[in-house]
Ligand binder design. Structure first.
Ligand SMILES: *[C@@H]1O[C@H](CO)[C@@H](O)[C@H](O)[C@H]1NC(C)=O
Ligand SMILES: *[C@@H]1O[C@H](CO)[C@@H](O)[C@H](O)[C@H]1NC(C)=O
Ligand SMILES: *[C@@H]1O[C@H](CO)[C@@H](O)[C@H](O)[C@H]1NC(C)=O
Ligand SMILES: *[C@@H]1O[C@H](CO)[C@@H](O)[C@H](O)[C@H]1NC(C)=O
Ligand SMILES: *[C@@H]1O[C@H](CO)[C@@H](O)[C@H](O)[C@H]1NC(C)=O
Length: 388
């Protein structure tokens, strides 16, 4: 069980679990007995009972629990000050594989890292940057996906990168009654109009059913700022010399980030219109080798084929591969060029991320363990070298 250095205890509820498979030989150690369903469910319940609510979350107990579990099935682990995985199913699946005396060709690492919900800067981002991680030589990573009220599992092969853009328009200030060219507000309005057209063209692709929402660039206005405030509102007879607008842009890995950069420079915030722009946040759309951060999901990718086969073997179905609508830790692995699939074996389950009384039916939980067992077995038996 590989894990991460972290300087302090952190959120447990929202932490992410990732499964990593790499190319080293795992030494087999003592096997555990095969457990019945009640035992498996009780272990999950015991884990859920650990109170990790704020303001005084009991992270130590949760961490100790996971370490105990790892130890009880003879897993090597590296400690850490760390957190949950809502997918304790990885551990249960590995427990079963050990019980069946399965001999993997690859190492299986289960990492529990904190902070996924708040960007992962002190979690997965640090982890993928460590020599611990590079020495693992990871071939494939599995990260969280999403529940599905329908019957299939939803696999995610990429996610949209947030670009938070601010544009700043300047122009001659003037009296509110004056008509003249190139005021800050006029310059900004030209940008807003161009951006609105672009947004509509992307949205049309979704409306026509040609693209899913995750596959288009979304551009949404986050703020507008201009004018001279007074205690009760704004000065009404002045045209301001500066006008700012902020946008939340989400860029799918299938888009060309260079052409979007050009569009911003030439159409949305051109210096010819006395405008400047900057990013409050700009998550890369390409990996460190300059390739789109999307994991292949066709016959050309052995990891994808194995995943499909394992799920089918378990008597379940995978849905169409999708772009995750928000952010997960998988992007940190993809950024390193490691293929990563976001995947939670939770079918017939409402999407209750972060909701009150989020629940998981016991049969769905147990089914998920079967599915992971098949996937991990297939992945860990794959002998061929894959390089990224
Ligand atoms: C869990 O801990 C929080 C404080 O961190 C407390 O408010 C809450 O009542 C506890 N819940 C249970 C079920 O003990
Ligand atoms: C990762 O490592 C590089 C080079 O050592 C460093 O510049 C960067 O800040 C590190 N990133 C994180 C998130 O620690
Ligand atoms: C907007 O641009 C003008 C002109 O370059 C500059 O003086 C002003 O500080 C900028 N505003 C912000 C919020 O950066
Ligand atoms: C949708 O895609 C089809 C096939 O690629 C194309 O013929 C059609 O014009 C597209 N429709 C829109 C609205 O883009
Ligand atoms: C840009 O600013 C310069 C200097 O203030 C001004 O002469 C010019 O008209 C402005 N152009 C536009 C398009 O706002």
């Amino acid at each position: 069980m590989g894990s991460v250095r972290c300087s302090s205890f952190v959120k447990i509820n929202a932490a992410a679990a990732t499964l990593l498979l790499s190319l080293h030989l795992l030494l087999s150690s003592p096997t555990a007995a095969i457990d019945d369903e009640e035992t498996i469910i009780s272990r999950f319940q015991a884990y859920l009972r650990i109170n990790t609510s704020h303001p005084s979350p009991n992270y130590r107990e949760a961490a100790d629990f996971l370490v105990d579990q790892a130890r009880s099935i003879g897993l090597w682990y590296q400690t850490v000050e760390f957190a949950e995985g809502k997918l304790r199913q990885y551990l249960e699946a590995v427990r079963r594989l050990k019980a069946s005396r399965f001999q993997p060709l690859r190492s299986i690492y289960i990492s529990f890292v904190p902070d996924e919900e708040i960007g992962g800067n002190d979690g997965a981002a640090l982890f993928v940057n460590s020599t611990l991680f590079s020495n693992m030589n990871v071939g494939i990573a599995l990260d969280e996906g999403m529940a599905n009220p329908g019957e299939t599992y939803r696999p995610f092969y990429g996610e949209r990168s947030p670009w938070w853009l601010v544009i700043n328009a300047t122009g001659e200030p003037g009296h509110g009654s004056g008509l003249y060219d190139n005021s800050a507000a006029e310059n900004l309005q030209k940008s807003l109009e161009a951006m609105r057209r672009f947004r509509a063209s992307q949205f049309d692709l979704v409306k026509s059913g040609n693209r899913s929402e995750g596959e288009v660039v979304s551009v949404n206005l986050a703020f507008l700022k201009a004018g001279t405030p007074t205690p009760t509102g704004f000065v009404m007879n002045t045209q301001p010399s500066e006008a700012l607008a902020g946008f939340d842009i989400r860029v799918p890995p299938t888009a060309d980030p260079d052409s979007l950069d050009r569009r911003i420079e030439e159409e949305w915030a051109p210096t010819s219109r006395n405008m400047t722009s900057w990013f409050e946040l700009k998550v890369p759309v390409r990996d460190k080798f300059g390739r789109p951060m999307a994991t292949r999901t066709d016959g050309s990718d052995p990891w994808w084929t194995m995943l499909e086969e394992a799920v089918t073997q378990a008597g379940e179905k995978l849905g169409r591969p999708e772009i995750f609508p928000a952010s997960t830790d998988a992007r940190y692995f993809r950024e390193q060029g490691v293929p990563a699939i976001g995947f939670s074996p939770m079918a017939n389950t409402p999407i209750l991320l972060h909701d009150h009384n989020e629940f998981l039916n016991r049969q769905v939980y147990l089914r998920g363990i079967d599915v992971y067992e098949k996937i991990i077995k297939a992945y860990a038996s794959y002998a061929e070298h894959t390089s990224y």
